[in-house]
Design a protein around this ligand. Structure first.
Ligand SMILES: [Zn+2]
Length: 245
């Protein structure tokens, strides 16, 4: 899906024939080269590669990967991108880096949780874990950083879903890449998933206040895609609803 000038989503489907994409990394490019925001779920490298080519780029055009957080459906193909291009840079927020590099266990992937998964998924996750210690982080991101790409992309630290979760704001497009801080569910804007998937819901809702006040035309969520129906107003309303819950 085209999100702006030289910005597309990479639409990844959970299984062949699925009606809706469930994972949506974002690909942007400018004179500084191409940037990929998140890498999809484990095992989706072929889908990723096809979509990147359809956007008119090659894997070798991607200069950097920004990870919005540590979850496996965001770092799932990170090692595959690095294998394709060892010079690729990896940028992430300080608070999620120890998990991405395997120094600490991915928070939601406890032994108990893994043991409840089908065997093939267990094998895939263990293989992901094995590759993490070789990940080198090129740039440590912090709240408020203005990046030298895409007209000054801004980093907004939004802890709650994970400690180092970030959103990215593109001022030229008035576009917010909300990652998993927000979702689109049945066409409406929603908060992060409840329960196990969001470590600290109260903190996630507090983080949403950092997103109000931005001039917004579009919010793009990793799960659910685009929301462009008066996004600022709807976001303020959503925060009120979540705070009363
Ligand atoms: Zn996710």
């Amino acid at each position: 899906m085209k999100l702006g000038e030289r910005i597309v989503s990479i639409d990844l489907y959970p299984q062949p024939g699925a009606a809706q994409p469930y994972y949506q990394p974002v690909l942007l490019w400018d004179q500084e080269g191409a940037t990929l925001v998140d890498t999809g779920m484990i095992g989706q490298m072929d889908q990723m590669t096809r979509a990147i080519r359809e956007a008119g780029l090659q894997l070798s055009d991607i200069k950097r990967i920004i990870l919005t957080h540590q979850d496996i459906d965001h770092i799932g193909n990170l090692a595959a991108f690095i294998a394709e291009n060892p010079a690729i840079e990896v940028w992430a927020h300080a608070d999620d880096i120890p998990y991405i590099t395997g120094e600490k266990r991915i928070i939601k992937m406890t032994d108990e949780r893994i043991s409840q998964m089908p065997e093939a998924a267990q094998t895939a996750i263990r293989s992901l874990f094995d590759k993490l210690p070789s990940i080198r982080i090129s740039r440590v991101l912090a709240d408020g950083d203005v990046l030298d790409i895409h007209g000054g992309m801004r980093v907004i630290h939004t802890p709650g879903h994970t400690p180092g979760h970030i959103c990215l704001y593109l001022p030229e497009e008035q576009l917010l890449l909300a990652a998993d801080e927000l979702r689109v569910v049945d066409g409406d804007l929603a908060g992060p998933p409840e329960g196990f998937f969001t470590l600290d819901m109260d903190e996630a809702v507090r983080s949403m206040h950092k997103l109000t006040g931005l001039p917004l035309q579009k919010i793009f969520c990793y799960h659910g895609g685009l929301y462009d129906n008066h996004p600022s107003e709807r976001l303020a309303e959503l925060i009120r609803t979540l705070e009363q819950a």
